[in-house]
Design a protein around this ligand. Structure first.
Ligand code: AMP
Ligand code: ZN
Ligand code: FE
Ligand code: FE
Length: 277
């Protein structure tokens, strides 16, 4: 078997259900990966714990993040790798994103209450634990814990999704700015699952060419949100522009279906070396 590389995984520091150490251990011992990236939403707080475990179990850890951004009115997720986590302008922008996530919580809970769903800030905090901020998945988990729903996913069908009854928008970093900040901080930038719902409307060849101008390095092509047709289309764009192609699981532990298990999609070793040396 060749070198197995998975460049996108979440932990309890955002909305995954494995601690950083558990995720890294599973990556090595269950999924048999040689390289795994920790990419929590808008946070790098899991890096040290993940690195300590990676050293113990003998797997290469890539230090990463998944930044919540906006591009032409649509939500776009941006993966960042191997950047300086103390770069002040980047830290400031991430604080703004995390703050926006926490600030809208009371409004979401008020909307839920209007519909007879009784969730308190304490209920959500019990679910978010050591996460850097409380997001919709934690609210969903609180709804499950209180018996309103059977699984986190159900909250995204009518309650917390963009057209849902309890949706409240929040701040996201402008995509171009986020790419610039990652590059200033010495890192690499890859658009995550670009043809997931919403962002498929705005991320075409011309858009990727513009983003490459400001420093974009790659496109996450092999992802469970992409069918074969989407993968073929995105691979063609990457080839045309000379962007790196990555693949990943977007693992969230039990927070997403088992189809998103570690190693579900992999990054080609040659592409990995183009991206991260
Ligand atoms: P938030 O950070 O509060 O805006 O929540 C965004 C997170 O919610 C995403 O990163 C996903 O992990 C999760 N999420 C968004 N849409 C869905 C969906 N349709 N089904 C399940 N989880 C979702
Ligand atoms: Zn997530
Ligand atoms: Fe994402
Ligand atoms: Fe993700």
């Amino acid at each position: 078997m060749g070198v197995r590389i998975d460049l996108h995984a979440h932990t309890t520091r955002s909305d995954g259900t494995d601690t950083p150490a558990e995720m890294v251990r599973s990556a090595a011992q269950v999924a048999g990966l040689d390289v795994v990236a920790i990419t929590d939403h808008d946070a790098t707080t899991g890096w040290d714990e993940a690195q300590a475990e990676a050293d113990l179990v003998g797997i290469r850890l890539v230090r990463g993040i998944e930044i919540s951004t906006r591009f032409r009115g649509e939500s776009v997720h941006l993966l960042g790798y191997a950047f300086d986590p103390d770069h002040e302008p980047l830290v400031g922008e991430l604080q703004r994103v995390l703050g926006g996530r926490d600030d809208r919580l009371p409004q979401i809970l008020a909307k839920l209450a209007e519909h007879g769903v009784d969730i308190t800030l304490e209920d959500v905090a019990a679910q978010s634990g050591d996460a850097a901020a409380s997001g919709r998945p934690h609210i969903a988990d609180a709804m499950v814990a209180k018996g309103y729903l059977g699984h986190r996913d159900e909250a995204f069908r009518g309650w917390l999704n963009a057209s849902g009854r309890a949706f409240v928008d929040r701040y996201a970093a402008p995509l171009v700015r986020a790419i610039e900040l990652l590059k200033e901080a010495g890192g690499q930038a890859v658009v995550a699952h670009p043809w997931s719902r919403g962002s498929d409307r705005v991320l075409d060849l011309a858009a990727f060419a513009e983003l490459q101008e400001v420093g974009l390095d790659g496109i996450e092509v092999d992802h469970n949100d992409h069918d074969e047709r989407a993968r073929t289309g995105l691979r063609a764009i990457a080839a045309e522009l000379g962007l790196v192609v990555t693949g990943s699981s977007d693992y969230h532990g039990t927070g997403k279906s088992s189809a998103f298990r570690l190693g579900a999609n992999l990054t080609d070793p040659e592409q990995y070396h183009r991206l991260l040396g």
